[in-house]
Design a protein around this ligand. Structure first.
Ligand code: ZN
Length: 379
């Protein structure tokens, strides 16, 4: 049975929630999962209270029952709903358990090859952020980009505080390289935030998924800025034109990613294609450089080797993401670690670091050569 078929079969078995989506009287799509311990604790507490305030409780129960019975059916239903809501909230704020893919509400269903270990919908942002420290399908996704974000933040600050004497044009170069760091930090922070809060609600998930996709476009645009600046240092006109083209394409990608359909599982391949296409727009300036400078200069001075490695890392990541490899071949075996999205995240951080390394080599070469442009068209 395929995971998709499995998702359509009614839930049976011990691992499903105590209150499944179908059973939930609130019809909110929230699926509470809680430990037996919580119920045991509640039972214990109940017993202690019973001993201490038995009479008082009996009276309360009696009056509450009388009050409840005296209500109209509509009021009774409302009262029951309120009680249930209070209970669900209490359970949620306490403990929750990971749930299988097939009991997730539709808006949380993304990858049906990840069979178990999903977070249920969370009642608050606080609960979402606390879930960072729990093990579930998103733990790896969150931490890969959270740590990546901190890494680029530190690297960026170190770079910005480098002595001005290490640059030919300190302010200009720091702004240009700063654009790369800004793109990387925005991309990684939107990403870990999205993976943290997307189980909050459908609306929150939609807003943050749009930010997540926009972040990828920011990273790509930011990566182009220092590379074009150093590669076409002595040819400002093509540099400006290429920059304008990539920014236009980047803004177009951001615009497309604002459409609700773009985030749906059916458009996984389209999403990967849009961002790979945006990155591959760099082929044109690369060919321009190779034709005007020659292949040897391109691979030595132009840092083409690093750029090629970066492109390979990004494209591999995008392919794994689109094809959902390796979980496609081992459904249920990569639920927590090493599923495609996690590998894609790691490859994005690695690709961004390789790009930074290439750009910092370009910067050093420019420093060695000096600010002049003696030979027309040379780096
Ligand atoms: Zn992601």
């Amino acid at each position: 049975m395929s995971p998709r078929e499995k998702a359509n079969t009614p839930t049976s078995g011990s691992s499903t929630s105590h209150l499944s989506t179908a059973e939930c009287p609130l019809q909110t799509g929230r699926v509470p999962e809680y430990d037996e311990e919580v119920r045991d604790e509640d039972d214990d507490r109940g017993r202690v209270e019973e001993n201490d305030e038995e009479e008082e409780e009996e009276e309360d129960e009696k009056s509450s029952d009388e009050g409840f019975m005296g209500m109209t059916p509509l009021l009774q239903a409302h009262h029951a709903m309120e009680k249930m809501e209070e209970f669900v909230h209490k359970v949620w704020e306490g403990r929750w358990r990971v749930i299988p893919h097939d009991v997730l509400p539709d808006w949380l269903k993304d990858n049906d090859f990840l069979l178990h270990g999903h977070r249920p919908p969370m009642p608050s942002f606080r609960a979402c952020f606390r879930s960072i420290f729990r093990i579930h399908t998103e733990t790896g996704n969150i931490w890969t980009h959270l740590l990546g974000c901190l890494f680029f933040l530190c690297l960026g600050l170190m770079y910005m505080f480098r002595p001005n004497m290490s640059f030919v044009a300190p302010v200009q170069e720091k702004v240009v390289i700063g654009m790369f760091f800004l793109g990387a930090i925005l991309c990684l922070s939107f990403s870990w935030l999205f993976h943290t809060v997307y189980c909050h609600s459908e609306g929150v998930s939609r807003v943050f998924s749009k930010l997540d996709y926009s972040g990828i476009a920011f990273l790509i645009m930011g990566s182009f800025v220092p590379w074009l600046y150093y590669s076409f240092y002595c040819s400002p006109q093509p540099c400006f034109i290429y920059l304008l083209v990539v920014c236009t394409l980047g803004l177009a990608a951001i615009t497309v990613s604002q459409c609700d359909f773009f985030a749906t599982p059916q458009y996984r391949g389209v999403r990967a294609g849009v961002f790979v296409g945006l990155g591959l727009s760099g082929v044109v300036p690369t060919l321009h450089f190779v034709i005007s400078e020659g292949l040897i200069k391109a691979t030595t001075i132009g840092q083409m080797g690093w750029l090629l490695l970066m492109a390979t890392l990004y494209i591999t990541g995008a392919c794994l993401y689109a094809a959902r490899i390796p979980e496609r071949f081992f459904p249920g075996k990569c639920d927590i670690w090493f599923h495609s999205h996690q590998l894609f995240h790691i490859l994005v951080v690695a690709g961004a670091f390789v790009h930074f390394h290439g750009v910092s080599n370009l910067q050093e070469l420019r420093y060695t050569v000096g600010a002049g442009c003696a030979e027309q068209g040379t780096l």
